[in-house]
Design a protein around this ligand. Structure first.
Ligand SMILES: Cc1cc2nc3c(=O)[nH]c(=O)nc-3n(C[C@H](O)[C@H](O)[C@H](O)COP(=O)(O)O)c2cc1C
Length: 171
């Protein structure tokens, strides 16, 4: 491969159905500024009004993926060089840790564990839900898999989400 053929690194941004997801364009812009090509994989519920899907598709230049491809269809995105999950919901964190791949988003996260690429997560989970023992076990399990976890955010409007933390965690 010549230098001209070299593609910028590819970042998967996994978006879950948390209210804060409305701001995900900020993360995409910051990632692109740092030289990443971005492909968004959303949970089916996140596609249901949690963020501006048309704006994100225009921003990334690619369709958002949220459903499984049909057998025989090529993979729409290249393999990732890194993955961020932001915002990560209680539901997706627990399913990912348990290996319950019932959405493309969780299935993809389960798969990337075997790729050896950096994976960074910004959970957005209320303090009451975060106290659930299953969630705490999930975080321990994900950390043990090498997943890089951002500090907790409860989804409240007072505090900045700090989208760029996800990119900083990738190193
Ligand atoms: C307006 C709204 C905001 C929500 N915000 C959050 C949130 O910040 N964190 C969270 O874990 N769940 C939140 N939820 C609940 C999730 O959408 C719900 O648990 C869903 O099953 C998550 O699906 P997903 O993990 O496949 O995206 C919110 C729901 C609604 C309707």
């Amino acid at each position: 491969m010549t230098e001209q053929d070299e593609q910028p690194p590819f970042l998967y941004v996994v978006v879950c159905a948390a209210g804060i997801a409305a701001g995900v364009g900020e993360l995409i812009a910051a990632a692109q500024e740092r030289g990443w090509q971005v492909g968004v994989i959303a949970t089916p519920l996140a596609m249901n009004g949690f963020f501006d899907t048309a704006a994100v598709e225009a921003q990334t230049g690619r369709p958002i993926r949220f459903g499984w491809r049909r057998p025989g269809e090529p993979r729409p995105f290249p393999q990732p060089d890194a993955v961020v999950v932001a915002p990560a919901t209680f539901n997706t964190v627990n399913k990912w840790a348990a290996g319950i791949a019932d959405t493309l988003a969780v299935g993809t996260l389960c798969e990337v564990a075997g790729l050896g690429v950096p994976v960074a997560v910004l959970p957005c989970v209320s303090a009451t839900l975060a106290g659930h023992p299953a969630y705490q076990d999930s975080l321990i399990r994900l950390r043990g898999m090498g997943v890089r976890l951002g500090s907790p955010h409860d989804g409240g409007e007072g505090a900045e989400f700090g989208w760029e933390r996800a990119l900083d965690l990738l190193g």
